[in-house]
Design a protein around this ligand. Structure first.
Ligand SMILES: Nc1ncnc2c1ncn2[C@@H]1O[C@H](COP(=O)(O)OP(=O)(O)OP(=O)(O)O)[C@@H](O)[C@H]1O
Ligand SMILES: [Mg+2]
Length: 227
């Protein structure tokens, strides 16, 4: 592990400042939000930040191919470095859900090498294979416990309906942290907002609404505390 502190930088300077230096090490953080809020870019930004530090980073995607993820990075200046690290200390791996079962995924993940940063996009896909909510929750707990052992810090991305922080099937309770990204419908122009709901081992102000901007330059957390 390259990072020696008990904090893993988030990729957003202001988010690090709000969280005593970043996410606590050996934790699994849920990054939730509705469609297009920026979950994937948040995850990529987190990994590019780690790759720059020489850390071993891995993105497991159930929906976008490595080429599609690289294309998303190409469009954003601060993520363009991704191609320097891709295939070296930044692995972008597409997992074909057609060839997957719940147990197979849990077991394959258990065989993964240790990494510094890992992103799974997204945890909801496991729902497709779980016959019951109970089986989904059990698989999720196994995945989370495993990630705590093998990764410096992991992000589980989670698709939600607008206004929700998870699927209602326990993701936010099982994870060590919960960061929600959403849209705020202001009269002039809707904007993206980020709220930290939960972060174990950390003193922070919960549920303060910050604006998060995604532009061709990069991702940035605004100064303003909204509302
Ligand atoms: N180069 C760019 N400049 C400005 N905004 C961009 C750029 N690239 C992407 N975006 C914005 O980011 C959004 C997509 O972000 P992202 O794919 O991370 O969202 P997501 O929450 O993962 O979405 P999904 O629910 O589809 O998985 C786009 O809809 C667009 O608004
Ligand atoms: Mg996405």
């Amino acid at each position: 592990m390259v990072q020696k502190t008990d904090r893993v930088t988030t990729g957003l300077t202001k988010l690090d400042a709000l969280t005593c230096g970043g996410f606590p090490s050996k934790t699994v953080i849920l990054i939730s939000g509705s469609a297009g809020t920026g979950k994937t870019l948040f995850g990529l930004n987190f990994l590019v930040e780690g790759a720059r530090r020489g850390e071993r980073c891995c993105y497991i995607s159930f929906s976008e191919s490595a080429d599609e993820l690289m294309r998303a990075c190409e469009g954003i200046e601060s993520l363009r470095d991704a191609k320097r690290y891709a295939g070296k200390n930044l692995i972008l791996q597409y997992v074909d859900i057609g060839k997957l079962t719940l147990n197979k995924f849990v077991h394959t993940l258990a065989l993964y090498p240790d990494v510094d940063r890992l992103v799974i996009d997204n945890i909801n896909k496991l729902l497709l294979f779980a016959e019951t909510d109970r089986k989904y929750r059990i698989a999720m707990v196994k995945v989370i416990n495993n990630l705590k052992k093998k990764a410096g810090c992991s992000l589980l991305l989670c698709e939600t309906a607008a206004g929700e922080v998870d699927t209602g099937k326990g993701e936010s309770f099982e994870c060590d942290g919960l960061v929600n990204i959403s849209f705020l419908d202001l009269e002039e122009k809707p904007m993206r907002t980020l709220e930290i709901h939960k972060l174990r081992y950390t003193a922070f102000d919960p549920r303060v609404v910050h604006n998060i901007v995604i532009s061709s330059k990069g991702l940035e957390l605004g100064d303003a505390k909204l509302i």
